[in-house]
Design a protein around this ligand. Structure first.
Ligand code: SAM
Length: 342
């Protein structure tokens, strides 16, 4: 469903004082919330085996930025299928974070299928960074996963176009699934080095439509590290910021960068700064939330900006301390990844 349409006004200039801490969006666990994942559509042109069997949104974005959001990641579904995406990025780029002097960081996660011709327009519209999801570096395995023939070459061309457009270094996300693509780890390391991209391996989480997740289907971080170390010694890199999800590594010769995102074996909830806005305008405080909170309905019933700010603060205050993947009684979230926005 596409309800997010652009039309934004410039925000107030940044101001930096400790007193601002009481104004910034914060949950009851003391975490500042600075990172908004915006699902711009729940349509997707891939049917990855582990995932599938307007003006209102623009106003919400402005309100979120006024509350301390510093980074917006556009996602979906497949965000490049979204009509008006370039306008949305252009207008979002006019906003200034309320409590930081840095420009708003606008990132996008895409399957890359439609990226090649759009890379330069995305950069020109104001996109800061791009992540491309790519779950294999050989064409046959890739097609087996995405269920779309010819997809590997399209996505690789998209990555190269993004690098040429100045959106590099591109991050390449690979969700590892035991028995599907766990043979690809070493080849991905080589891909990082030859294509000059940051490869990030992600542990598979129970968020798929047909509920196939088992603990055994997860390829844990320890195994990924051991296998990479066996080809070339890994050297840890410092985190870029405290809420960074990936553990970063390079190789001893400094070529290539690998990130490992291990929400299952090494959860990082304690530093979570993320909230999500679904494509139908609901706020989610965790990927694994059992419910979401309708903001667009409130807005259409005449809520003022202050009403919306109050509602957002109240919802964020109750953000979950952590997820419970793998624990007895764990319940899958109320929506699957393609609807939540990854
Ligand atoms: N269509 C876009 C794409 O493919 O990048 C954006 C949406 S997709 C849901 C966002 C990211 O979530 C992708 O990198 C995808 O691999 C990841 N993802 C989807 N289902 C997942 C799962 N069950 N566990 C871990 N990551 C998952």
């Amino acid at each position: 469903m596409n309800t997010i349409l652009p039309i934004l006004e410039p925000a107030a200039p940044p101001s930096l004082t400790d007193e601002n801490d009481s104004l910034r969006l914060r949950d009851s666990h003391g975490r500042f919330i600075t990172d908004l994942r915006l699902s711009v559509t729940d349509r997707c042109n891939y049917r990855c085996v582990y995932c599938r069997t307007g003006t209102d949104g623009a106003r919400l974005l402005r309100i979120f930025v006024s509350l301390g959001i510093e980074k917006i990641r556009l996602t979906g579904g497949e965000p490049l299928l979204r009509h008006g995406l370039l306008d949305l990025i252009h207008e979002t780029a006019q906003l200034r974070p309320a409590f930081s002097e840095q420009p708003l960081d606008i990132a996008l996660t895409t399957n890359g299928h439609l990226l090649a011709p759009l890379a330069q327009p995305l950069k020109d519209a104001g996109l800061s960074r791009i992540t491309v999801s790519m779950d294999a570096v050989d064409a046959e395995t890739f097609t087996r996963i995405t269920r779309v023939p010819g997809s590997f070459e399209r996505v690789r061309a998209g990555i190269r176009a993004a690098q040429d457009a100045g959106l590099g270094p591109v991050k390449v996300n690979c969700v590892l699934l035991r028995g599907f693509n766990d043979t690809q780890i070493e080849a991905f390391a080589e891909f990082s080095r030859t294509e000059n991209v940051i490869v990030r391996f992600i542990e598979f989480m129970p968020l798929e439509e047909d509920r196939k997740w088992t603990p055994e289907s997860v390829v844990p971080m320890s195994e990924i590290v051991a296998r990479l170390n066996a080809i070339r010694p890994l050297v840890p890199l410092a985190a870029n910021n405290p809420s960074e999800t990936a553990r970063r590594f390079t190789f001893a010769d400094g070529r290539g960068e690998i990130g490992i995102i291990a929400p299952v074996s090494q959860p990082f909830c304690g530093h979570c700064s993320r909230i999500r806005l679904t494509s139908d305008g609901s706020l989610r405080t965790c990927l694994f939330s059992q419910s979401d909170h309708d903001l667009v309905g409130l807005l259409r019933r005449g809520a003022t900006d202050d009403d919306l700010r109050t509602r957002i603060r109240a919802v964020v205050h109750r953000k979950e301390a952590r997820h419970h993947i793998g624990e007895p009684g764990f319940q899958q979230p109320s929506r699957s990844m393609v609807h939540i926005g990854g």
